[in-house]
Design a binder for this molecule. Structure first.
Ligand SMILES: [Zn+2]
Length: 187
């Protein structure tokens, strides 16, 4: 071994140890992340048999007047004006049946009942989402930046995502109940 290679090998040791520790931690999280990936992949299993649901594309575009006709004033305020419902007011906080939570604006499935958890915040909360159903942007409505998310199909505002959720995702998708429509798996 040439001296230069030897030095490189020595220098690489601590890095290799760090790497293997990292890989170990990743391996452990990997086991439970597999469950999350399965939830995302198999979300249609929670859909009531024969239920027709739209895909995220093509996007739905409506005028303000059309939305006002389709939605209740409360739904319009939250979905189209990025409003927030009062905590603890949504009946969906207590919804525990198997099923799918779809966008109240356009019917796009966003979450399944398996992705829901009790966050104690007073808003329906989820630790992951149906893949491709939601898009995010940063908003500055409060003093600090928050990650707003909206329906990928109709652009309707749903809530904010925080990083204080349960493992393994650590995500809390905090959703306005009024912006959701629950489709029970069994009628
Ligand atoms: Zn939508």
């Amino acid at each position: 071994m040439q001296r230069r290679d030897f030095l490189t090998a020595i220098a690489a040791v601590p890095f290799a140890v760090t790497l293997s520790r990292g890989a170990l931690a990743q391996g452990r999280a990997g086991v439970s992340m597999q469950i999350i990936e399965d939830m995302q992949k198999n979300w249609k299993a929670l859909l009531a048999p024969g239920t027709e649901v739209p895909a995220a594309t093509p996007p739905v575009k409506r005028t303000e007047a059309e939305w006002r006709k389709l939605l209740t004033p409360e739904q319009f305020h939250i979905l189209r004006e990025e409003g927030t419902e009062r905590a603890g007011t949504s009946p969906l906080n207590a919804e525990k049946r198997p099923g799918v939570f779809a966008c109240a604006g356009c019917g796009l499935p966003l979450f399944t009942s398996l992705m829901k958890y009790e966050s104690g915040t007073g808003w329906p909360s989820f630790f992951t989402t149906i893949p491709g159903a939601l898009a995010t942007k940063t908003d500055y409505k409060l003093l600090y930046p928050r990650t707003e998310y909206h329906c990928a199909r109709c652009g309707g505002h749903h809530g904010h995502v925080f990083n204080d959720g349960p493992p393994p995702t650590g995500q809390r998708w905090c959703n306005n109940g009024i912006a959701l429509r629950f489709i029970p798996q069994k009628a």
